[in-house]
Design a protein around this ligand. Structure first.
Ligand SMILES: N=C(N)NCCCC(=O)O
Ligand SMILES: [Zn+2]
Ligand SMILES: [Zn+2]
Length: 354
C-alpha cells in the first residue's frame, strides 16, 4: 500500500488520516515515518521494551506498542501551542531497542548505547514504554550529550530514589538515587512533581532532600494549581538543559489504570498536559514516558494519556526548534476564545524567544 503522508518544509510527516483510515496499517508513533524512511531526524521516538526492574505488576515491556496504537488519533496541529510540530521538525519512529530481559546490567548498557547512537547526529530522543529503571541509562546518555550534569523534572507518584530492592541496585524504584550518585544530575535543578502515597519511612524523604530534590506533591498541584506549579519549576530550572521523565503513574489511576504501581490521589491528565504546556521555551534535551502496562489498561485510557503526554513533549521540542517564536506563547484559540486566554506563569515571557 502506498503511504500517503503529510509533507511540509521538507519534513516527512504522519500518514494522512483523511486519505488512509487511521486504524489501518502498522502503528508508528503518531503515524510518523520510521527512522529508516527519512534522511535525518530532529527528534527520534524509540520504544524501550523492558520491565525486568519492577517491584509489583509487570507489563511495561509492552508499553511502547500500546502507546503507538493509542497515538493513531493524534492530529498534526497542536492548538494549545498554535504549532504543527511535525511540520517544524523531522520526527521519526526508530522502533524498539533490542534489550536482554534476563540481565539487567546488560539491558542498561544496551539502552545507554542505543540512546547514544540515536543522538549521535544531533537528534533528540523521546522514549516510550519500559519500567522506570530505564531512566538511568537514558539520563547517562543525555548528560553525555549535554556535556555535563543536567536538570531533571520527574513526574511520578513515587520518589524512585530508594537504595536497593532485594539487594539489587538497578530497579524501577532506584534510578534517580543512582543518577545522583553518578553525578549526572545538576542537583540545583531537580524536582519531583505529583509525589504521593505511603513511603517506607521518613528517611525516604530525608535521603531525597539530601540528594537535592525539590517536591511538588500531587496535593500541591491541587491546592496551588497548574500556574504556580509551573512558575516554581521554571524558577528552579531556568534555561538549563532539561530532561523530563514521566512515569504515567503520576496520573490518578482513574486517568491511567494501566500501570504497575498505582497510587490513589493523583493529578489529572488535563493538569499534566497543561503543566508541560507551561514549559514553553524551556531547554528540553530529552524525555521519556514510562510505566505503561497495557494488560491493566481499559479502553486505552492509559495509552491515550501517554500518547498525548508524548505529543506535548514533542511539541515543546518542535517549538524550541523554530527560528524565533511566532506566537509569543499564544494558542490557536486566541481569536475566538471566550475563556481565559492569558494564563501564563511568571517567568514564561522571559524564557520565550523573541
Ligand atoms: N517507578 C515506579 N513506578 N514505582 C516504584 C515503586 C517502588 C516500590 O515498589 O516501592
Ligand atoms: Zn517511577
Ligand atoms: Zn511511579
Amino acid at each position: 500500500m502506498e503511504e500517503l503522508r503529510i509533507e511540509a518544509n521538507g519534513n516527512l510527516g504522519p500518514i494522512d488520516s483523511s486519505r488512509i483510515p487511521r486504524y489501518a496499517g502498522a502503528a508508528t508513533y503518531a503515524r510518523l515515518p520510521r527512522l529508516d524512511q527519512v534522511d535525518k531526524a530532529d527528534v527520534t521516538v524509540v520504544g524501550v521494551p523492558f520491565d525486568s526492574g519492577v517491584s509489583y505488576r509487570p507489563g511495561a515491556r509492552f508499553g511502547a506498542n500500546h502507546v503507538r496504537e493509542a497515538s493513531r488519533l493524534l492530529r498534526p496541529y497542536n492548538p494549545a501551542w498554535d504549532v504543527s510540530p511535525f511540520e517544524n521538525i523531522q520526527v521519526a519512529d526508530a522502533g524498539d531497542m533490542a534489550i536482554n530481559p534476563f540481565n539487567i546490567n546488560d539491558a542498561i548498557e544496551t539502552i545507554q548505547q542505543n540512546a547514544l547512537d540515536l543522538t549521535a547526529a544531533g537528534s533528540k530522543l523521546l522514549t516510550l514504554g519500559g519500567d522506570h529503571t530505564i531512566a538511568l541509562p537514558l539520563l547517562r546518555a543525555a548528560a553525555e550529550r549535554a556535556g555535563g550534569p543536567i536538570a531533571m523534572l520527574h513526574f511520578d507518584a513515587h520518589l524512585d530514589t530508594w537504595d536497593t530492592y532485594f539487594g539489587a541496585e538497578y530497579t524501577h524504584g532506584t534510578p534517580f538515587r543512582r543518577a545522583v550518585e553518578e553525578g549526572i544530575l545538576d542537583t540545583e535543578a531537580i524536582s519531583h512533581i505529583g509525589t504521593r502515597g505511603p513511603l517506607y519511612g521518613k528517611k525516604d524523604l530525608d535521603d531525597d532532600h539530601r540528594f537535592g530534590f525539590g517536591i511538588v506533591t500531587s496535593a500541591d498541584v491541587y491546592y496551588q494549581g497548574v500556574l504556580e506549579t509551573v512558575a516554581k519549576v521554571r524558577e528552579r530550572i531556568g534555561n538549563r538543559p532539561l530532561y523530563i521523565s514521566v512515569d504515567i503513574d503520576v496520573l490518578d489511576p482513574a486517568h491511567a489504570p494501566g500501570t504497575g504501581t498505582p497510587e490513589a490521589g493523583g493529578i489529572t491528565s488535563r493538569e499534566l498536559l497543561e503543566i508541560i504546556r507551561g514549559f514553553r521555551g524551556m531547554n528540553l534535551v530529552g524525555a521519556d514516558v514510562v510505566e505503561v502496562s497495557p494488560a491493566y489498561d481499559h479502553a486505552e485510557i492509559t495509552g491515550v494519556a501517554a500518547s498525548h503526554v508524548a505529543y506535548e513533549l514533542v511539541t515543546l521540542m518542535a517549538d524550541n526548534a523554530m527560528p524565533g517564536s511566532r506566537h509569543k506563547g499564544g494558542t490557536g484559540y486566541q481569536a475566538q476564545s471566550l475563556g481565559q486566554e492569558v494564563r501564563r506563569p511568571a517567568g514564561f515571557a522571559a524564557a520565550t524567544k523573541e
